[in-house]
Design a protein around this ligand. Structure first.
Ligand code: FPP
Length: 258
């Protein structure tokens, strides 16, 4: 292990130990949180491990954070698991990510569904295996009447693609005479997005030090609050989420007003 790797390891352990305890008002929680689960590769590199080990650790972190969100009463959690651009990664890494997703869905009963949560997958089905698609459909069907948190896994998701497919379907409905063009407004647009019927996105979290959206929820984040942290996703704990919630509750959201 290199000096840099050792220093990062020490830094992230110390950060987790000394992270301050903050108060979170359970009556003013965001209804909908999105997370860009970034930094898996760097986490693995810092430990001298292959990148897929970072994704494996990231999937474990998602189990912990999703359970925590469900326990405290978050209505919707949307996580970026695989973007439309991630197909350009080496085949070995793409295969490892698909395997992890399959395993995550297969084991969802253990840590999510038993708690009355719902699972939805947001994104285009193109390129996904039949097995994965079947598992997705089965889980969505099985959990659709659950009333707890909705965990949305963005898989083969791209914000521009989401808006493009919405435009295509709106145009088709206009041509078919089902939708008069003058009736198109932002409420109608939302019905054509993958996130239709989900609460407004309140908080967008991106760990790992990157300060960009990477084509995630471009429409939905119009009035969301952003929270960034240097911690890599596999090291992200409920304490980091509490910090994000604490900061969120201090913000003055004006939605364009004064
Ligand atoms: C970004 O980190 C992360 C991804 C592209 C994949 C996220 C996937 C998981 C957390 C696990 C699988 C998901 C589920 C739902 C089981 P990166 O690889 O770009 O990290 P780097 O920027 O440090 O290289």
């Amino acid at each position: 292990m290199s000096m840099k790797q050792t220093i990062y390891g020490l830094y992230s352990s110390l950060q987790s130990i000394f992270i301050k305890n903050v108060s979170v008002d359970r009556n003013r929680l965001p209804r909908h949180i999105a997370i860009i689960m970034d930094g898996n590769g760097r986490w693995a590199k810092s430990k001298g491990l292959p990148r897929k080990e970072g994704h494996k650790a990231g999937a474990e972190t998602l189990r912990t954070i999703a359970s925590y969100c469900s326990e405290i009463g978050i209505e919707a959690l949307t996580v970026y698991a695989f973007s439309t651009e991630n197909w350009s990664r080496p085949k070995e890494e793409v295969d490892a990510l698909m395997e992890l997703l399959q395993e995550y869905l297969d084991r969802a009963d253990e840590f999510l569904i038993g708690k009355d949560n719902r699972i939805r997958v947001l994104g285009a089905p193109d390129g996904l295996s039949q097995k994965l698609l079947q598992s997705i459909r089965a889980l969505e069907e099985k959990t659709k009447h659950n009333t707890g948190m909705t965990l949305n896994i963005a898989l083969n998701y791209g914000g521009r693609e989401e808006l493009t497919q919405a435009a295509r379907r709106i145009a088709a409905d206009c041509v078919a005479g089902k939708l008069p063009p003058e009736k198109i407004n932002s409420d109608v647009m939302e019905q054509y997005l993958y996130t239709a019927s989900l609460p407004e996105l309140d908080l967008m979290i991106r760990p790992s030090g990157e300060l960009r959206l990477s084509n995630f929820l471009l429409w939905q984040c119009a009035y969301s609050e952003f929270w960034f942290s240097n911690i890599n996703w596999p090291d992200f704990t409920p304490k980091h989420l509490q910090l994000a919630l604490h900061d969120y509750q201090k913000r003055n959201r004006r939605f364009g007003g004064v």
